[in-house]
Design a protein around this ligand. Structure first.
Ligand SMILES: [Zn+2]
Length: 385
């Protein structure tokens, strides 16, 4: 299903192609997060127009609302939300361990209470795969345990043990027609654990492999380390997915470390705070500085918002709480991420990724506020993929 088309000569960056029942995905790829069967503030027409190839949906949230009875009656998640391109679904493991009040970890899953109304629920490998089968996603993820980044080595080891056992169980469950299943490598920043987990999962034979246990409040160097410790043990001819990451500059660096797939809530989340991503860093579109700025959100950007509206207008909309302001900024930010991946693919194809990477790192000014927001929010996640 995955075809490795080209590998960069200056780094581990790769270009590939992944076939799914709803179409082919060119990698490296960014997947906008559609937690509640919606990429916040964007409709499917806008997503397709900006070049979105695949989106992410969440098992945990969709299981709670609207529930699988409705999804089944609708004919699956694609039909329900009118999204015709591929969908990857998270298994719910991350949300169970970060959002819900856990009552008991059992051999075959977790007893917990819904974060919404406290009702008792159970999610394990069997349930997570059953839900993803009903959702009919193109790529399903195994049910894993994602511990906090500062957990004890013993807790990290237990999480790896459970993750491996549960992955084996997930492997045996029925799937939707043509559905791929990806394993998730845990193990924090412990090299031995990462290696053990990766080798065990590869031995089971999944269609792709995710690097989990990142985007859980860890500092950037630990995020990079987790990826570097895992990547050598993943097969070159299968896709690799880093879950829940990151800023544009981090994505370039993660591609350089051999990652093919990404999802992140940052583009739509920071839009809600009036912040725009640009290729040089973030800028505020809410402040007085752009009050009479009649240029686009980002000079040279080809998104719908930048082609048609000015900073001054978007700022005005944001300041009077008009929904359109938030929508336009979400269009720009999501387009920015999608377009970054398009540029990366082109540079890998043309053999200029090394130059591009150097230039990006030199011109992109990371915002501490954004990095902090990513970390803080990760600790009380609502909608990470
Ligand atoms: Zn734009």
């Amino acid at each position: 299903m995955f075809e490795l088309l080209k590998t960069d000569t200056t780094s581990k960056a790769r270009m590939g192609r992944f076939r799914t029942p709803h179409g082919t995905v060119e990698t490296p790829v960014f997947m906008p997060v559609g937690t509640q069967a919606s990429v916040k503030a964007l409709d499917s027409r806008e997503l397709l127009e900006m070049g979105t190839q695949i989106i992410l949906g969440n098992t945990y949230h969709l299981h709670i609302r609207p529930g699988m009875e409705i999804i089944r009656a609708a004919g699956g998640l694609h039909q329900f939300m009118n999204w015709t391109a591929p969908i990857l679904t998270d298994s719910g493991g991350f949300q169970v361990f970060s959002l819900a009040k856990i009552r008991k970890i059992k051999p075959h899953g977790v007893e917990f209470r819904s974060h919404l109304d406290g009702s008792p629920l159970f999610l394990g490998p069997k349930e997570a795969m059953e839900i993803q089968c009903t959702l009919g996603s193109d790529i399903a993820m195994v049910f894993d345990e994602c511990p906090p980044h500062d957990c004890t080595p013993k807790a990290a080891e237990e999480a790896v043990e459970r993750t491996m056992r549960w992955a084996a169980e997930c492997r045996e469950q029925p799937r939707a027609p043509g559905q791929s299943v990806f394993g998730i490598v845990q193990g924090g920043v412990h090299g031995k654990l990462r290696e053990r987990c990766a080798k065990a999962l590869v031995g089971m034979g999944f269609d792709g492999y995710a690097i989990g246990g990142v985007s859980v409040g860890e500092p950037e160097h630990e995020m990079m380390e987790a990826v570097e410790l895992t990547e050598p043990f993943l097969p070159a001819d299968q896709p690799r997915y880093a879950m829940g990451l990151g800023t544009p500059a981090q994505l370039v660096e993660l591609v350089a470390r051999g990652v093919d797939m990404f999802d992140c809530v940052l583009p739509t989340r920071v839009a809600r705070n009036g912040t725009a991503f640009t290729s040089k860093g973030t800028i505020s579109i809410k402040g007085g500085a752009v009050k009479a700025d009649f240029g686009p959100i980002e000079e040279g950007c080809s998104c719908f918002a930048c082609r048609n509206f000015t900073r001054a207008y978007v700022r005005h909309l944001l300041n009077v709480n008009e929904i359109l302001g938030l929508r336009l900024l979400s269009v720009h930010n999501s387009h920015m991420y999608i377009d970054l991946m398009r540029q990366i693919r082109r540079h890998i194809a043309e053999g200029t990724f090394g130059e591009f990477r150097k230039q990006y790192a030199a011109t992109y000014v990371p915002s501490q506020k954004i990095l902090d927001a990513r970390v803080k929010r990760a600790l009380k996640v609502e909608d990470r993929g």
